[in-house]
Design a protein around this ligand. Structure first.
Ligand SMILES: [Zn+2]
Ligand SMILES: [Zn+2]
Length: 592
């Protein structure tokens, strides 16, 4: 993997004699894999030079992918000046965090309105496709990408890219969640620990290091890291190299060199060595495969979001501190999210049972609140805790999604709330349990078929279904209390899966044919593990199977590609279900 820095400056382009060595252009990094996949991260003013180079060297149409961490100006201001966007045969894919309300395209178009720029975004010529990202994994060519929300004043994603056996992390515009970690000392816990996991074993981490520890004292809440924090998290993550970036506009070349010298001095003798350098415009780094690096497994395609996921959001709040409460109100209102306020954390947790909010915000120190006690589970509704500092709570099952450490700004609260909401919005749904569940299970168990060996009379039906739908997988799935068990599984190597993730369970509870043409575009399934990991279901069609009046399971066909099916295909699926029902009846009469 080849990495080249085109812009390393934070906040504002700062050309001049004092910034010649490390560069004056704002954030832009180019990545190329050995096989030629071309990915650009962030579009600061450095993008201009990259665009010129690409157009100068081009032999055919230019195609590439652009990841945008967030839409602060220093990360997008190069877009209107990116020459490849003006050439009609070129094709580019832009990926950026999904906001609440406005689309990525609208946000980017904002800086190109008539008052600011002579050409509109949609007039640029090249074919530009927009993709909205949430937290998760996806794939571009041979690059596996993981995204993670960073701690910044705007909704910001970090990117972890893996290709050619190497791992690169880009984490710019990020501040320690635990503020005291700015010093580089102290135990790394909670969200900061998760941040380390995101960096785990990276061959190169390009990390925000805008401030020195001394400067940070006046810049708490600005959304940027200290050099010491960047070093500490890279060390904890076992990263090999650290490129300090987002250099402060006031930092001269000499000052940057001094910072690197100081950082290396502090690390002298610490094993294993961490290679620390300041990212410089024009600098190239070649990343080679490194053995034994700890790497989290990256799946594909779960981070791409669709627009339907964010409807009817409701936040439930129990915060007594009037300043904090007011700041949160402002933040929530700015995004047009409904807010329900209650007196105590306890009341919030009780109310959550009936109103099912998307997020609960409570204040730490309300000792009566324990979401794990008395069966008042919040069923995975994320909880944001307002506190003086992050600390261990005595809660057992609490789904603590994050912290709002006082004092905080409304912009900061807004970012944290958005991050929590977007994580919830894309959680897959478990199907509702059927009304006559006990009777249904009695009918299923009455068949005495669960855990019996495969039988050709069922297998030939799934084989036939798979071939007539031209799909790789077809199943006879029987939905038990906590699992779905497959009497016949064509093209799938497992005997059962949990009911939690079961698609068939949805068909059983609705007693109707269920067709999911593309799981990525269905909020019920988009981040279901059967979608994001093996067997990576993209298409599902299942028809309920009945024994008497009770629905015991489905016959279903699955594919790893999205598909549309017509009414004729649905009736075909019903015939297959009828054939299975016939076989089940035979079995029932035999056992009687
Ligand atoms: Zn920035
Ligand atoms: Zn920023």
């Amino acid at each position: 993997m080849h990495v080249r820095f085109w812009g390393t400056r934070g906040s504002l382009p700062i050309p001049g004699p004092d910034t010649l060595r490390f560069g004056g252009n704002t954030s832009c990094v180019e990545v190329r894999t050995d096989s030629g996949t071309h990915v650009i991260i962030d579009c600061g003013s450095g993008l201009h030079g990259l665009g010129q180079a690409l157009v100068g060297a081009r032999k055919s149409a230019l195609k590439g992918h652009i990841l945008i961490s967030h839409t602060h100006w220093d990360h997008i201001q190069g877009i209107p000046f990116f020459a490849p966007f003006f050439i009609p045969e070129n094709e580019w894919d832009i990926y950026a965090p999904k906001g609440l309300g406005q689309s990525v395209q609208d946000t980017l178009a904002g800086q190109m309105q008539y008052a600011y720029f002579p050409v509109r975004l949609d007039q640029m010529g090249a074919k530009i496709r927009y993709h909205e990202l949430v937290e998760g994994d996806f794939q571009i060519g041979d690059v596996s990408i993981r995204t993670r929300y960073l701690n910044h004043t705007a909704l910001t994603l970090g990117f972890r890219l893996e290709a050619d056996g190497a791992a690169l992390v880009y984490a710019s515009d990020h501040e320690p969640f635990q503020r005291h970690l700015a010093s580089g000392n102290g135990e790394i816990l909670g969200q900061d620990r998760k941040h380390c996991e995101f960096l785990a074993g990276a061959d190169l981490v390009i990390h925000d290091a805008q401030f020195t520890l001394h400067e940070y004292a006046d810049k708490v809440g600005w959304g940027h890291s200290t050099v010491d924090y960047a070093v500490a998290v890279c060390r904890a993550a076992g990263a090999a190299r650290l490129a300090l970036t987002h250099h402060d506009p006031l930092r001269t070349d000499d000052a940057i060199e001094q910072i690197v010298k100081d950082a290396l001095e502090k690390q002298r003798g610490v094993k294993p060595p961490l290679d620390i350098f300041a990212a410089a415009e024009g600098q190239e780094v070649h990343l080679k495969a490194r053995d034994n690096a700890p790497r989290p497994a990256i799946s594909t395609d779960a981070a791409l979001s669709d627009a339907t996921a964010l409807v009817s959001l409701l936040v439930l709040m129990a915060v007594k501190d009037p300043i904090a409460a007011n700041t949160i109100r402002e933040a929530v209102q700015a995004d047009d999210i409904a807010l329900v306020e209650v007196e105590s954390a306890n009341e919030a947790l009780t109310t959550a049972q009936s109103v099912r909010p998307s997020l609960i915000i409570i204040e730490a120190g309300q000792s009566d609140a324990d979401p794990g006690k008395g069966g008042r589970s919040t069923n995975d509704i994320p909880i944001l805790v307002v506190a003086e500092k992050e600390k261990a709570l005595a809660w057992t099952n609490a789904a603590i999604a994050g912290w709002l450490i006082k004092p905080f700004s409304s912009a900061y609260a807004r970012t944290r709330i958005r991050a929590c909401l977007l994580r919830t919005a894309c959680r897959w749904e478990r199907a509702l349990t059927t009304i006559n569940e006990e009777q249904r299970l009695a009918a299923l168990h009455g068949l005495s078929i669960l855990d019996t060996p495969p039988e050709e009379r069922f297998d030939r039906i799934t084989r036939l279904a798979a071939s007539s739908f031209k799909v790789p997988m077809a199943l006879v799935s029987l939905v038990d209390r906590e699992r779905q068990w497959f009497k016949s599984a064509h093209g799938l190597d497992v005997a059962e899966t949990s009911r939690e993730t079961s698609f068939c369970s949805h068909a059983v509870s609705s007693r109707e044919v269920l067709v999911v043409p593309d799981t990525f575009h269905d909020p019920r399934f988009a981040d279901n593990p059967l979608v994001t990991q093996g067997p990576r279901i993209r298409f599902y069609a299942g028809c309920p199977i009945f024994v008497g009046a009770d629905c015991v399971g489905t016959v279903c066909v699955l594919d790893q590609r999205p598909r549309q099916i017509d009414a004729e295909a649905v009736s075909q699926l019903r015939y297959f279900a009828a054939l299975i029902e016939l076989e089940l009846c035979k079995r029932q009469s035999k056992s009687e």
